[in-house]
Design a protein around this ligand. Structure first.
Ligand code: FES
Ligand code: FES
Length: 223
């Protein structure tokens, strides 16, 4: 049998299948696939599985009042306060624990409420800026912020005030900071102590000096 030159040139390394034969085989495979699609015999696409949202009940105390909430288990304390209880004094800045705008007190200690799930606070006592003082009855720290111009736009201010109130309590309780020289000596308020302890509360307006002066007045010392 005469072997065509073209077939000889296209013969692959296995020596048995020519390019022409391979192309013919591929065409048959593509045609078979097309027929499968047209006839609908291909398996139907599987819909992605959606995990149902779980909800749970929470009982805690907010600004002196007992509160019961039913919520998505993924809700942060910040969103529970703002979206469920409409306590919008607590601000959402970064939602990542970097700015301190969401600071509230939990059992007297300050935390970033954006980093905490609400359901972790069963039976806890939460204090937000609305519970620190009211326009009719300001907390001394709120009055001092006004007197010393401790804010400009005011967005960070609720967090700054909650944090400053807790800082004075931490110093009174003898909790040391990174700038405390003697861990065994009683802690005393100083500008350096205050600024170090407030380093998690960012103010884009740069009202830091005025905030420190306000806190120094409340602490009863010169800043
Ligand atoms: Fe929570 Fe920024 S919003 S730390
Ligand atoms: Fe504007 Fe602090 S007063 S961010």
């Amino acid at each position: 049998m005469e072997v065509k030159r073209e077939d000889m040139e296209n013969e692959n390394e296995f020596g048995s299948i020519t390019r022409r034969e391979m192309l013919a085989g591929s065409a048959i495979a593509v045609a078979a696939l097309a027929i499968t699609k047209v006839t609908g015999s291909e398996a139907a696409p599987v819909a992605p599985t959606v995990t149902p949202v779980e909800s749970a009940g929470l009982t805690f105390n907010v600004n002196g009042k007992a509160v019961n909430l039913e919520m998505d288990t993924r809700t942060t304390l910040l969103d529970a306060l703002r979206e469920h209880l409409h306590l919008t004094g607590t601000k959402k800045g970064c939602d990542h624990g970097q700015c301190g705008a969401c600071t509230v007190l939990v059992n007297g200690r300050r935390i970033n409420s954006c980093l905490s799930l609400a359901l972790q606070h069963q039976d806890d006592s939460i204090t937000t800026i609305e519970g620190i003082g009211t326009p009719e009855s300001l907390h001394p720290m709120q009055s001092a912020f006004i007197k010393h111009d401790g804010y400009q736009c005011g967005y960070c201010t609720p967090g700054q005030i909650c944090s400053a109130v807790a800082v004075l309590e931490e110093i009174k309780a003898g909790v040391p900071s990174h700038v405390s020289a003697d861990l065994k000596a009683p802690m005393v308020f100083s500008n350096a102590e205050f600024r170090e302890r407030m380093s998690g509360n960012i103010c884009r307006c740069g009202a830091y000096s005025n905030i420190a002066e306000a806190a120094a007045e409340v602490a009863g010392v010169k800043g």
